[in-house]
Design a protein around this ligand. Structure first.
Ligand SMILES: [Zn+2]
Length: 57
């Protein structure tokens, strides 16, 4: 179990709409800012797709 970044979670609610882009963004930033859980295979794919769509950050 990793540490929960409570401030990040308070500022970044998980999007409820089932569209891939905001979910990819959420998981990508979550992976950078917090280590409370390991992303699933589907979440890892969302992260990769989002990072490819937005390479300059
Ligand atoms: Zn977290």
């Amino acid at each position: 179990m990793g540490a929960i970044n409570r401030e990040w979670h308070a500022a970044h609610r998980m999007p409820t709409k089932p569209t891939p882009e905001p979910r990819g963004e959420w998981h990508a930033e979550h992976q950078d800012e917090c280590a409370c859980r390991v992303p699933s295979e589907k979440e890892t794919a969302l992260i990769a797709a989002w990072r490819q769509a937005r390479p300059s950050r």
